[in-house]
Design a protein around this ligand. Structure first.
Ligand code: NOJ
Length: 796
């Protein structure tokens, strides 16, 4: 049973004022439901539609077409250009329409609009010999026209259902504009906030990352991939891109097979199992082999082990860049290595277009190598119904955009993505929600009225004019005259006079909201790595001067990564992490600030105290000299020879899974239905095809200690000891949202299956091993009262 809080005031039909009443209704309704809950919001076998690439008759169609194709036409299917860029020196061509006509292009991207895509499609379908339609792709990352929070914000909702809904909206808008392929989801695990692209993924955890991956794929590809409003998903960047050394984008990665299998591959595996029809290979070298020419990850793991039947597209020019990596001295070798490794489609590099024919003629690749890649591409084109309906209805495009129900989903998603990091008591009550009537409010900072930034760094067709800023939302709520807006500073600089004006605005207001952070397009996302994670420019100075004005302050951080602002975490009463919330940014924030909705977001990553702690992730190994362990030197008074820094704690500022809301909860001791699990029975359970039957129930009593209804996110973590390889101090294995009325308590149960305990061990396979197991049901990765059980027996 799913247990998500997805209803908002708009959905309930009663408006904002009765949101709290709704909260109570739902809490009491939920209280009547059995306490037995599924541990995992989605399991790998639950609710996954039949893989569209296995549809009956598909292979016959692919084979029949393949037989008719010339070599040039086959190579054409493996070539992709960004629209308008097929010409020029690298292709040696002057007319991209002529290329389409000759069947020399299989896909275009960066062209949108039903009319525009139809015009190009017409050339392929009506003027090319075999009439093979083009597949149009785009970076539809967190919405098309209706922009949702950035993916890191969507992950902070811990709400796969809302993510699936957002992806469905994106699919319906994009498809109405002729785009049937999204280069999303990005499912790269990221442990280092210096990396700008941490904003584009689901954070540091493979379990949460897998849940999000499935949600995006289901949303994009819908019930039927061949429906005209479904779009093909693309799991990227395969694989390990997020482990870029030093957090520097495009940098190399070194990841052991254990770490790759245990942490980096699971979200990709989840996407594949959910039916993702395409994958994108990465820019990075992985263990010294570029991932766009890596037969181990592409052929061995993706094709052979997982049985992937879709196609792999390279990242932008990443086939060409195989040369720069240093494993090919010319573009032809780069093309050969990429193709043989399993990259089916070459995004813009021209290496396939210019070299595959000659490589075949000289015997460096075989006809079957090309045929296999073409089959993969055609299989997807058939499965998505492109041959049956290659065109887009030009009359429906505008009505598909920004529908009221889509905007309402954007508001819900934004509301649920907000993470309350701090909420101190001011004059006897918590700073948030604003309780007393606020006569005047100062809104200060470069992000208070910046609509473009609310859209984030991958806006697709999102327009700033559609985005509601905080200034607009607050003005509508309190009256423009009561909102004293002062920008205070730009992102990087600004005059003293602007800071002085901001301080004056603070002095003349009841409360202050500071809207600070990063500039999304230039400081987050691709090619936006940072070596320092503080507030850019003069914003820290602005913050401290405004706080010195003595008024109660709420700091809202807009950012694509956690920001290190330790001073604020000590001196500002309330701090909200807002990421970049999308078109409904201001409304969602106003709902939370004024208590129409309670903050529901939880951190999908560990929030560092300082950049020097990076890479920082909760699911790390214990080391031989841990900082806190009764058996180890630190607890015995040893200060020096332990694994720690001399100038800062190891712990994060806020742990993975952390987030406050407007009430408080206590978690009782975790209890387990069994104290021993025979190793052999777990192994047998794991060998079952579904391996999802529960083997043990784990529960804890959770109490809402406050005077208002609220929701907590119960997280289930385990630790395994005594295993063949060292395992992390905690691993997330389940989560569920629990809504409780004021004062209510409830036993929350997770049913764990055998694969909860399986991992990639020293024998290089996923298996269960005898182990001492610690289990926590906790409000975040650093709290909770654990129980233990033993996986007994010996391995053969
Ligand atoms: C490069 C990025 O790495 C990738 O995520 C994106 O999909 C492609 N460019 C296409 O724009």
């Amino acid at each position: 049973m799913k247990f998500y809080w997805t209803m908002n005031a708009a959905e309930s039909g009663c408006g904002k004022k009765c949101a709290m009443i709704c909260l109570l209704c739902v809490a009491s309704f939920l209280a009547q439901i059995s306490s037995a809950q599924s541990a995992a919001p989605q399991t790998k076998n639950e609710a996954v539609n039949a893989n569209p690439l296995d549809a009956p008759g598909l292979e016959e169609k692919v084979d029949a077409l393949l037989q008719k194709m010339t070599l040039e036409e086959k190579i054409g299917q493996l070539v992709q250009y960004s629209a308008g860029q097929a010409t020029g020196p690298t292709s040696g061509r002057t007319d991209d329409r002529d290329m389409i006509r000759k069947g020399q292009v299989g896909s275009l991207f960066n062209v949108t609009g039903a009319r525009e895509t139809n015009a190009l499609q017409r050339i392929a379908v009506e003027n090319s010999r075999l009439k093979i339609p083009l597949i149009f792709g785009l970076d539809v990352i967190h919405g098309f026209r209706t922009t949702f929070p950035i993916p890191l914000g969507l992950a902070a909702t811990w709400e796969p259902e809302i993510v699936e809904k957002a992806a469905r909206v994106a699919a319906s808008e994009a498809s109405s504009a002729g785009v049937r392929w999204a280069f999303s989801p990005m499912v790269d695990i990221a442990r280092d906030a210096r990396w700008g692209r941490i904003s584009e993924g689901a954070g540091e955890d493979p379990y949460l990352g897998a849940a999000m991956a499935r949600a995006y794929v289901r949303g994009y590809q819908g019930q039927r991939l061949d429906a005209t409003d479904s779009i093909v998903a693309c799991a990227k960047h395969y694989v390990g891109y997020g482990a870029a050394e030093g957090g520097r984008d495009y940098n190399s990665t070194e990841i052991s097979e254990h770490t790759l299998r245990q942490f980096y591959l699971p979200p990709f595996r989840a996407a594949e199992e959910a039916g993702a029809a395409t994958f994108m290979s990465g820019f990075n070298a992985l263990n010294a082999i570029p991932t766009s020419a890596n037969p181990f990850t592409l052929k061995q793991v993706l094709r052979k082990e997982w049985g992937f039947r879709g196609f792999v597209v390279s990242d932008w020019n990443s086939v060409g860049e195989v040369q720069a990596h240093g494993i090919a001295n010319d573009a032809a070798t780069a093309a050969r290595k990429a193709l043989l490794a399993g990259v089916d489609m070459d995004m813009v590099s021209n290496a396939y277009h210019r070299n595959l024919l000659q490589l075949l003629q000289s015997g460096q690749i075989a006809q079957s190598d090309i045929d296999e890649a073409v089959r993969n591409v055609l299989r997807v084109k058939f499965a998505m119904g492109l041959f049956d309906h290659p065109y887009t209805d030009e009359n429906k495009e505008s009505s598909a955009m920004l529908r009221p129900e889509s905007v309402s989903i954007a508001r819900q998603a934004a509301t649920q993505s907000l993470v309350l990091l701090r909420n101190e008591v001011v004059s006897g009550v918590p700073m948030l929600p604003f309780s007393a009537r606020i006569a005047s409010l100062a809104l200060i900072g470069p992000l208070g009225d910046d609509a473009g930034n609310m859209i984030g760094s991958w806006g697709a067709l999102g327009r700033s004019a559609d985005a509601v800023t905080l200034r607009r939302a607050l003005g509508e709520k309190l009256g423009d005259a009561n909102v004293h807006y002062a920008k205070g500073t730009g992102f990087l600089n600004g005059p003293d006079s602007d800071i002085a004006a901001a301080v004056a605005a603070a002095q003349s207001s009841d409360v202050v909201i500071l809207a600070l952070g990063e500039d999304a397009p230039t400081m987050t996302g691709e090619a936006a790595s940072r070596t320092w994670l503080g507030l850019p420019g003069r914003q820290e100075e602005l913050l401290e001067k405004v706080v010195a004005a003595g008024k109660p302050v709420v700091l809202i951080l807009f950012s694509g990564r956690p920001l290190t602002v330790p001073w604020a975490f000590e001196h500002v009463p309330a701090v909200l992490a807002a990421w970049f919330p999308g078109v409904q940014a201001g409304n969602a924030l106003a709902d939370v600030l004024f208590g129409a909705a309670a903050p529901a977001g939880r951190l999908p990553l560990s929030w560092p105290r300082s950049v020097g702690q990076e890479p920082l992730y909760y699911n790390a190994l214990n080391t031989g000299r841990p900082e806190a362990d009764p058996e180890h030197p630190a607890e015995k008074g040893e200060k020096k020879f332990i694994s720690r820094y001399i100038d800062a704690p190891n712990s994060p500022q806020f742990p993975f899974g952390y987030g406050l809301t407007y009430t408080t909860f206590s978690y009782g001791v975790t209890q387990s239905s069994a104290k021993q699990l025979p190793f052999a029975s777990l192994q047998n359970a794991l060998a079952e095809p579904a391996h999802q039957s529960p083997v043990v129930s784990v529960s804890a009593e959770i109490k809402n200690n406050g005077a208002r209804a609220g929701e907590t996110l119960a997280q289930l973590y385990i630790r395994l000891e005594g295993t063949s390889v060292a395992m992390p101090v905690r691993m997330l294995k389940g989560f569920q949202k629990v809504a409780l009325a004021a004062g209510e308590s409830r036993k929350v149960t997770f049913e764990l299956s055998a694969d909860t305990f399986a991992f990639w061990g020293a024998e290089n396979k996923f298996a269960v091993e005898p182990a001492h197991v610690t289990i926590w049901i906790a409000p975040n990765s650093a709290e909770g009262e654990s129980t233990t059980l033993e996986i007994t027996g010996t391995r053969q």
